[in-house]
Write a protein that binds this ligand. Sequence first.
Ligand code: C2E
Ligand code: CA
Ligand code: CA
Ligand code: CA
Length: 277
Amino acid sequence: AKAESLNGPHYFDYYLMDKLHKRINIEKKLPRAMAEGEFELHYQPKIDTSTLTLTGFEALIRWNDPELGLVPPNNFIPIAEDTGLIVQLGEWVLLEACRTNKKWQDAGLPKLPVSVNVSAVQFKHPQFVHMVQSALEQTGLDPQYLELEVTESLLNTPLFIMEKLDSLQEKGITLSIDDFGTGYSSIYYLKELPLQVLKIDRTFVRETPSSIRDSSLLLSIIQLGKSLGMTVLAEGVETEEQFNFLRDNGCDQIQGYYYSRPLNQMSMEKLLNSDPS
Ligand code: C2E
Ligand code: CA
Ligand code: CA
Ligand code: CA
């Protein structure tokens, strides 16, 4: 009986305990990491499918913990959302992204928009629009060079967010819908809300063009975005076949390992330096 108890169920318990400990560990460490400045932003280029030129870059957060090493965002963003720390963390991301973009522009590098991911929790904070405005004022970045990426889950409270999206758009900021196709936004809201860019989630790209089903879904989403007058960008493009399919089917922009992985600040700067635009 003793030997048996070491099987299956116990293994599973240990696994859960381990996950729980890791979570508690991260939860405990986050506030200090914030205070110690252990976060940095990497940047992933976005390119135009017909000209292959840079159209902008997305800021992606990285946490460099002295003990844990490099912790990927999916391991701490959800925790920061639960504890509410995402508001402070998101404010730092906004400031850092605007500051860096402004610095590059002042150095004579091409003027391109930086995209910042905004979590629903952060967006719903009553001071959110003020925080964005303040980041632009503090850094002196022109609002046309800031893009905010929001996810579909926000769109199920449309009346509440409509006002905020409108006032951000009125400032000249670009608004994108991220991970499109994984949530449940209705076409009505897509039509009514001031969203200029539709970012197709990489799950639709992964098996294109080999899967006929995924390819035709991808096509429909591109067409949906285009008929709504939006700029359509596909995420997670890794292969030449995927790129060709997207370019040939009217997808405006791509992002993915095919062109570039997310780059640290120095490498992004080098890329901007070599950009002809
Ligand atoms: P996301 O916004 O959908 O970002 C794209 C993710 O896909 C990034 O992962 C990026 O490194 C990865 N990626 C890019 N191209 C490819 C590709 O060709 N193939 C594959 N397999 N992956 C690719 P990352 O940096 O680990 O970020 C994960 C998620 O964490 C992001 O997904 C975003 O939701 C969240 N995140 C990152 N930075 C921030 C931030 O500053 N604030 C908030 N609220 N969330 C963030
Ligand atoms: Ca994003
Ligand atoms: Ca995405
Ligand atoms: Ca995603």
